[in-house]
Design a protein around this ligand. Structure first.
Ligand code: KG4
Ligand code: ZN
Length: 338
């Protein structure tokens, strides 16, 4: 089954052609560099950029896969969570193509797509597993009993980890997105120089918080007479260390609680070498097999949408052309239940 996957949930306009949820024929990601000017994603600009980029991006994905629209069996597009205006561009485009060609259309959950993306790289991914999806918009810890069968164990109660990383990068005068910049800077810094606080939430469970940490970095910077390059590197390294520890701690707790034998860490922040190494180490100690997609597959892309869409279609599902986008996971689950 040949599926065209379209992803427009944030600031990447992406399209891919994937065969049988396993073989990537093409993957095109048009990143919107205009947001660098503002130090963060401006939702209205993102939607307008998606409108400009969606047709050339899909055309290139079809051309690189050496297929025509006629050869495609179905069209999948992200339905949420994400920026509503951005989501609507990809979703409406996919629905229009489906209507015009008569080919089935399927709306895809972005978190599910991140977690099942590794299928194109490994045969090892086998639920049940604990999944940590960590990106600019989400920090969700799920227990995945099977494809489509999820228990939300916990999520951030405030900023997503990637959002906090992007904001701290901005405070340090670094560019956007902040993740790669913080990573590069922290490699020259001392992670033990500053003891930034790790959030301790009162209620027990798997929820996380990153806004207090972000504020602690802000106050620290504001109280310095000057911030030379060495101190900046130490701030980046000390901050990165706490973010990684907080994420890995919850991953470990969840694996223990669920007696999991497999864990998946996915999403844009999973590009972080520090997070990859720390989760690898923690999982090895627990005897849990860790699956992390390659760095390219961690960031938003069309491949993961095509994969999740294919798995849904193979279960006999397809979406109505009335399907609408949802900005939050809760809203999305509500729509799925109704
Ligand atoms: O999954 P993604 O591409 O888009 C969303 O769904 O949000 O994730 C983007 C996030 C941004 O916050 C970015 O700063 C972060 O992933 N990121 C990283 C790294 N590369 C990207 N965070 C830490 N280390 C990195 N190397
Ligand atoms: Zn994402």
């Amino acid at each position: 089954m040949l599926v065209l996957g379209i992803e427009t949930s944030c600031d990447d306009t992406a399209a891919a052609v994937v065969r049988d949820a396993r073989q990537v024929l093409s993957s095109v990601v048009s990143s919107q560099s205009i947001h660098k000017l503002y130090g963060g994603v401006v939702p209205e600009i993102a939607s307008r950029q998606h409108i400009r980029l969606i047709v050339p991006t899909v055309r290139t994905a079809l051309a690189e896969a050496c297929v025509e629209l006629d050869d495609i069996d179905a069209i999948a597009a992200t339905k949420g969570p994400g920026l509503i205006g951005s989501l609507l561009v990809g979703l409406c485009f996919a629905k229009a193509v489906s209507f015009a060609t008569g080919k089935p259309f399927i709306g895809v959950n972005h978190i599910e797509a991140h977690l099942f993306a590794p299928l194109v790289e490994t045969d090892e991914l086998k639920p049940p597993f604990v999944g940590l999806c960590v990106s600019g918009g989400h920090t969700e810890l799920m227990y995945v009993r099977g494809f489509g069968d999820y228990e939300l164990l916990g999520s951030t109660v405030d900023d997503a980890a990637g959002e906090a990383i992007d904001k701290v990068a901005k405070m340090l005068g670094l560019g956007f997105p902040g993740g790669p910049e913080i990573e590069a800077l922290s490699s020259r810094g001392d992670p033990n120089r500053i003891a930034f606080p790790k959030a301790r939430l009162k209620r027990k469970g798997f929820d996380m918080s990153f806004s207090g940490l972000k504020t602690a970095v802000k106050y620290f910077i504001e109280h310095q007479a000057s911030l030379d390059e060495n101190l900046k590197a130490d701030v980046a390294a000390s901050f990165e260390k706490v973010v990684v520890e907080a994420l890995v701690e919850k991953l470990v707790e969840a694996c223990r609680a669920k007696k999991a034998t497999q864990a998946v860490v996915a999403g844009g922040v999973a590009r972080s070498r520090a997070l990859r190494e720390a989760s690898q180490k923690a999982c090895a100690t627990l005897g849990v097999q860790l699956v992390i997609p390659s760095r390219e597959l961690c960031s938003d892309n069309g491949v993961m949408v095509a994969v999740a869409g294919t798995l849904r279609l193979l279960r006999g599902e397809k979406s109505s052309l009335r399907l609408t986008a949802a900005s939050t996971l809760e809203e999305l689950l509500e729509i799925e239940r109704s």
